[in-house]
Design a protein around this ligand. Structure first.
Ligand SMILES: [Zn+2]
Length: 286
């Protein structure tokens, strides 16, 4: 069971809520946007329904609303990855409407996408909350991450360029700067983003899209089963990984990423798998 209760929103939270989207429009938005394009095109049901609009205006508004639902999606993912939105936090539609100045239709679209990626749970008539993954889900997410990241690392090495090495180095510097300055939220988020950057540099959009979901879900898992505010990743392993990538050591880099993910999973207090009691067991002695 989660040790967290839904967080009360402190005053001033609304003002801060929009920040992550503006601060990190790179990695997450890139991955989500790439994957979202066909869906938005097919849906075509966003804003732009005012009578008298020219076709061009209408399509402009549609694009605008689609972009906002991605911004909302990315802002929530960023806040989850920074442990600023703990599991169980209620996500009020009205607040999103006010913050982003959009219709409920647009907000619902973003929340549905988040629910589809298991970052948010939609409860009939009671709105959306940040998901609280079960121990079984936690194991499944880390098994999936090991499988996918084992595939990503050799691809990064095969596609490596001086520019991609430069980006990895910059990501490590940002992580280190956040750690030194004591900005834990940024440190936690940047640790996750390091893995998303590798997925991007692997040059496979499908793997990249999976990773946005898996890294966000991992952040929720750590908030529930380790401690909120604890970084997922040890920075030195990220540095070691860069050295192996630079040396073109596919085998070493694959082994290291696997070990790195096993270590993260091993720190979780997942307990024994949840088992439902039979009625006889539950009633015994009562
Ligand atoms: Zn890591």
């Amino acid at each position: 069971m989660s040790k967290h209760t839904p967080a009360e929103r402190p005053p001033g939270r609304r003002a801060r809520a929009a920040e992550p989207a503006a601060a990190n429009e790179g990695i997450i938005e890139g991955a989500v946007e790439m994957a979202a394009k066909p869906a938005n095109k097919a849906a075509g049901d966003t804003a732009g329904n005012a009578p008298g609009n020219t076709a061009a205006n209408a399509s402009g508004k549609k694009r605008g609303a689609a972009a906002v639902d991605l911004r909302i999606y990315s802002a929530v993912v960023n806040a989850v990855m920074s442990h600023k939105l703990p599991p169980g936090t209620r996500l009020g539609e009205a607040e999103f409407c006010e913050l982003y100045e959009v219709s409920r239709t647009t907000v619902r679209k973003a929340l549905q996408r988040l629910a589809h990626d298991h970052i948010v749970v939609l409860r009939p008539n009671r709105g959306a909350v940040v998901a609280s993954p079960s121990p079984q889900e936690a194991r499944d997410v880390f098994t999936a991450r090991r499988a996918i990241e084992r595939a990503i690392v050799p691809l990064v090495i095969r596609h490596v360029t001086p520019a991609s090495i430069g980006r990895i180095r910059a990501a490590l510097d940002a992580e280190e700067a956040a750690r030194r300055s004591g900005d834990r939220a940024a440190w936690i988020r940047l640790g996750g983003e390091f893995h998303l950057l590798l997925a991007e540099l692997a040059g496979n959009a499908v793997l990249q899209r999976f990773m946005v979901e898996l890294v966000s879900r991992s952040s929720l898992i750590i908030a529930v089963y380790e401690n909120p505010g604890v970084p997922m990743c040890g920075n030195h392993e990220h540095h070691d990984l860069l050295a192996l990538i630079e040396n073109g050591d596919e085998q070493g880099a694959t082994a290291l990423i696997e070990h790195h993910l096993e270590e993260i999973e091993a720190r979780l207090h997942l307990g024994t798998p949840e088992r439902k009691l039979s009625l006889a067991e539950a009633l015994a002695g009562c």
